[in-house]
Design a protein around this ligand. Structure first.
Ligand code: FES
Length: 114
């Protein structure tokens, strides 16, 4: 009998902790958000400055951040659209666009403009 492996389930019922570092690497804030939610939305809800020139649709590159985590499953995967936006806007492709990221586990983020 051929059984299919169930798709990887993410636990969306828990909260995840986000730590924010400024350009110098100093902690400036931390907050909790619902696992699986959009990072950009929660940064804005927290009242922190984050790029928003395209209103969070992933085309301006202004919300680019550095994600620091040892867990490759902590954040949604970068797709070609996101990578192309980073390239077109002369941003590092290892950075992420907060508006296109969903967070599944605790992580630290850093931005040059904090
Ligand atoms: S707000 Fe424009 S790319 Fe994220």
């Amino acid at each position: 009998m051929d059984q299919q492996t169930p798709p990887l389930q993410k636990d969306l019922s828990k909260s995840v902790k986000i730590i924010l570092l400024n350009k110098s690497g100093h902690k400036i804030d931390e907050f909790f958000m619902r696992a699986g939610a959009n990072l950009w939305v929660f940064i804005r809800k927290r009242g922190l400055p984050i790029g928003a020139a395209c209103s969070g649709v992933g085309v301006c590159g202004a919300c680019n951040i550095k994600v620091i985590t040892n867990n490759p499953n902590a954040i949604s995967e970068q797709n070609d659209f996101e990578k192309n936006t980073l390239l077109k806007n002369n941003k590092l492709t290892e950075n992420r666009l907060a508006c296109l990221c969903r967070v599944f586990s605790d992580l630290t983020i850093q931005a040059d403009y904090w």
